[in-house]
Design a protein around this ligand. Structure first.
Ligand code: GSH
Length: 318
């Protein structure tokens, strides 16, 4: 097949996007048993405001009041063949910890033989002088469970013990079909792989729409980790996934319950204020040059994220 893919090593023979498996996956623990104790001023979170996986960590860090405990810096949304870079610009800047120019330096200092993509989010350990993890599903869970001693007073419980089973189950299907589903559609290099991803994505969005008609949140009667994971995909949907990734059977705004749900979250502290549509749009449209070779960034869409949502009436749990 002559079609070139954005990520050749993550493209199957049938043109499907198969996300890389290798990652750096140590864990930070409250009791320090992993060798990486949860303590203040030791860890630094590298993020892109464009990236949905990094955005989860940004929201959770803010909701839990971990901003004074775990420092953070933001990369330039424009990524070239050298990977993410630290540059001065609107909403991003230099690396205050190691003065790296490129995020690749953090990966290669951790593992000189590293051959995967240099991804965000990742956490640097100032004491060990290496990355602890780039495994995004663990980062938020560790903030929630291992850093509990440093949560702000009144911080929400985002991963409560009795709901973990349900949260994990919902996360699993939403990850496969929605969070990663948009990427499977966008990075497919065959018609069939694209159509399969899009069909599954919209079937799952219909499923979530029905669920959110009955209840305010994905799991139970409270905001949890599951909502944060879905939010970071939904908030990007109409601006980048609909056009750039061709996820265009419907827009988010065409789903009454999902759209109300997304606005309900957007309008809370920690959510809308951490969304940077400029970084999001410039990153996707200017970085995946196999998909958008002109690198032209569309002006729209115009979306009213501040519109009232009327979700407070839904208090029923799952
Ligand atoms: N760690 C991940 C997910 C995180 C991820 O893909 N982040 C993207 C941004 S949304 C990234 O950093 N990509 C860097 C690259 O493709 O070079 C993975 O292994 O696939």
């Amino acid at each position: 097949m002559s079609v070139r893919s954005q990520f050749p090593s993550e493209t199957s023979p049938t043109g499907a996007f198969v996300r890389q498996q290798y990652s750096i996956r140590d864990r930070i623990t409250a009791d320090g048993s992993s060798g990486f104790p949860a303590v203040p001023d030791r860890y630094h979170l590298y993020v892109s405001l464009a990236c949905p996986w990094a955005h989860r960590a940004i929201i959770v860090r803010r909701l839990l009041g971990l901003e004074p405990v775990v420092s953070m810096s933001v990369v330039d949304p424009i990524r070239d063949a050298r990977g993410w870079a630290f540059r001065d610009g609107e909403g991003h800047g230099p690396d205050p910890v190691c003065n790296f120019e490129f995020l690749s330096e953090a990966y290669l200092r951790t593992d000189p033989a590293f051959t995967g993509r240099y991804t965000v989010p990742c956490i640097w350990d100032r004491v060990a002088g290496r990355l602890v993890t780039n495994n995004y599903p663990d980062i938020t869970i560790d903030f929630e469970t291992q850093f509990a001693a440093y949560h702000r007073p009144g911080a929400p419980s985002l991963y409560p013990e009795p709901l973990r089973h349900d949260i994990d189950a919902v996360n699993e299907v939403i990850y496969t079909d929605i969070n990663n589903g948009v990427y499977k559609a966008g990075f497919a290099t065959s018609q069939q792989a694209y159509e399969e991803a899009v069909d599954r994505l919209f079937e799952r969005l219909d499923w979530v729409e029905a669920r959110l008609a009955q209840q305010r949140y994905l799991v139970g009667a409270r905001l949890t980790e599951a909502d944060i994971r879905l939010f970071t995909t939904l908030v990007r949907f109409d601006s980048v996934y609909f056009g750039h990734f061709k996820c265009n059977l419907r827009r988010l705004v065409d789903y009454p319950h999902l759209w109300g749900y997304a606005r309900d979250l957007f309008q809370r502290p920690g959510f809308g204020e951490t969304v940077n549509f400029d970084h999001i749009k410039r990153h996707y449209y200017m970085t995946h040059d196999h998909i958008n070779p002109t690198r032209i960034v569309p002006k729209g869409p115009i979306i009213d994220w501040a519109a009232p949502h009327d979700r407070a009436r839904l208090t029923r749990s799952a």
